[in-house]
Design a binder for this molecule. Structure first.
Ligand SMILES: [Zn+2]
Length: 283
């Protein structure tokens, strides 16, 4: 699933392709906006906010709208030369925007809606500080995480109301780097500021390249054993040796019984090293 870094990259790509361009046509392939036409509107900017994409447009009479999308599990935006052949099936397209310079197509978008730009807060106002945003506020993120000290740290990191940008991959990797078991309560985190700083550095290190979290090793943390393909410390590495201590990585599920504050339960795979990461059940 997309995390803050991939949304950041998608926004950067869309911004460079579309900002300043006038739409020749727009096609929203969702019932609610099927009749909406934004022909003649100009894309002013495309910005990421946590895992949300905000494409801002200005109309002929200076009115302002925002195309809000969320990639959820399968979504993707792709940019093509005008009239270029799509790399994904046409029936999965949800939004098609054409300009003289490029076509932008949103496929399988989890959310697609158009709102007044002035109303963006109704969409993203609940988000905690954005790890990749210009307004990142570590103290505020920490304050929010600590409001529920009994919640597993792996759940708190995914809750976008605490801080925005972390998905399942990074929550596992960040917990590994801080040597805390993802199911351990927030209150068990020995150094929450350092953990949040690691999360930010992890996302920042990955916004310019393919995702890879072992780039974190220069951060004064053990580089671990070499060998194997570069990639993740623990995510997706069940049964493979821990890169730090050699113990086989384990997979579990986190979220069962823990209600995330927006009402949804998050239940996803976690990966961890049973040796490097303190298991709260064992202590
Ligand atoms: Zn280990």
């Amino acid at each position: 699933m997309p995390e803050g870094d991939s949304v950041w990259r998608a926004a950067a790509q869309l911004h460079s392709a579309l900002a300043g361009q006038q739409l020749l046509s727009s096609d929203f392939r969702v019932p609610r906006f099927a009749t909406l036409k934004l022909d003649g509107w100009t894309v002013t900017e495309v910005v990421p906010r946590g895992k949300h994409l905000l494409m801002r447009l200005q109309g002929p009479s200076q009115e302002q709208l925002t195309i809000h999308s969320h990639l959820k599990m399968e979504g993707a935006w792709q940019v093509y030369p005008p009239g270029g052949r799509w790399r994904k099936p046409g029936f999965t397209a949800r939004c098609v925007l054409r300009t003289a310079a490029a076509d932008a197509v949103g496929f399988s978008l989890g959310i697609l809606e158009v709102v007044k730009t002035a109303d963006e807060d109704s969409i993203v106002g609940h988000l905690g500080p954005d790890l990749l945003g210009p307004d990142w506020d570590a103290d505020e993120a920490q304050r929010r995480v600590l409001t529920h000290p009994e919640v597993p740290i792996g759940v708190a990191l995914l809750d976008q109301r605490n801080l925005a940008g972390i998905g399942n991959v990074y929550r596992c990797e960040v917990c590994f780097l801080s040597r805390i078991h993802p199911a351990a309560p927030v209150s068990a985190a020995a150094d929450l500021p350092a953990l949040l700083a690691d999360a930010k550095q992890l996302l920042e290190a990955n916004i310019g390249s393919a995702r890879r979290t072992t780039v974190m090793s220069p951060l004064g943390k053990p580089a671990g054993r070499s060998g194997g393909r570069p990639g993740y410390w623990v995510y997706g590495r069940e049964h493979q040796p821990c890169l730090r201590c050699g113990t086989p990585i384990r997979r579990g599920v986190l979220g069962n019984g823990f209600q995330v504050r927006n009402g949804a339960t998050e239940e996803r795979d976690i990966y961890f090293c049973p040796s490097c990461q303190t298991d709260p059940a064992a202590s």
